[in-house]
Ligand binder design. Sequence first.
Ligand SMILES: C[S@@+](CC[C@H](N)C(=O)[O-])C[C@H]1O[C@@H](n2cnc3c(N)ncnc32)[C@H](O)[C@@H]1O
Length: 365
Amino acid sequence: MLQGLNARIRKFAATLLTERLDPASAGAAVFWGIFIGIVPIYGLQTLAAVGLAMLLRLNKPLTLAATFINNPLLLPSIVAASVELGGFLRHGSFLPWHLAALSDAQLKDQLVSWVLGSLVLGLVVGGAAAILTAAVVYWTAPSQRSLRERIRFVNQTFAKSAQFDRGFVRWKMRLDRIFCLLAAEDLGSGTVVDLGCGYGMALCFAAFADQGRHLLGCDLNVHRIAVARLALSTLNAEPIVCDVLHYELPPAGLILILDVLQYLPAEEQLALLRRCCSALEPGGLLIFRVHDRERGLLSALTLGLDRLLFSAEHVGARPLILSAEQYRSALQGAGMQIEEHCFRNRLPLAHLLFLARRAAPESAS
Ligand SMILES: C[S@@+](CC[C@H](N)C(=O)[O-])C[C@H]1O[C@@H](n2cnc3c(N)ncnc32)[C@H](O)[C@@H]1O
């Protein structure tokens, strides 16, 4: 029991330390930590940092660590710089400033300067540190290096596609955080099947580590499949035009369904998931993405964008997203081990990613 508790604590600590450490999120955590550390809300800084990190889904330890810019060594310089900066912004010139000035009649004036100056100083120092952090994470984190290499691989694979399609692939790779999440996962071995594969970018992404990997995909869109067939012709890939509902699933190590379930009626969605679970080899992984219905305005925006897409593609139905619980129980019913990630995309879209693994023989007991 103690061992179980230990493992849970270790897992919790690891999650805390590593959550959302992509360049933009790490930069945002440092920015807010430093900003909070500089503005004079002494006594409330820890609370404010943790609260904001939870609200904005930032890495909490990093946000908190950045507030330690406010330490006994730097505090006098921060206060002095804030007062001077505030004074300069209000009166147009730096004032001779010393601690005694805080106790004379100019105290109120100095206090206002301090608050104003600290806000500006927080923005400037926080902004500079955020840029530096994002750059360091971007260039040094192994996961980011591997992500960059994979993205380059996909872009090169599609380099001979028509300009519009090539551009679409580039933008999608740049903007869609799904690829950061996929890069962080062990995508296993064996056949990859992408249901509703579109251009086949995810297939290509999955083949980065093993370019002989068997890649299968289907989509109703004839143009996208034509682009996929041409671009992936150097890989062991077979994208075909076919309805996911009629696609015969072979035994697979990885099955992807990214932003496709919403095109299907409820029962068909759940039946497809069940079919995928039984097609997976032991240890195989099913990854699917749907909208997150629980994120208020972001959920509304995500649904709104999908409605636009549906009407542009003349889909004769409305996007249908089931509750997370419905997806979860379909997977649980099939005996899968489930992981869920709620994430906000770079565009203001809210998604839910399910990773469902079929137990490997040794962990099945
Ligand atoms: C939003 S796109 C996602 C494409 C791809 N999965 C990706 O992430 O880039 C949805 C795709 O699902 C395809 N699709 C929708 N209903 C389908 C069905 N019943 N069978 C096969 N493909 C389908 C559409 O043609 C479209 O290419």
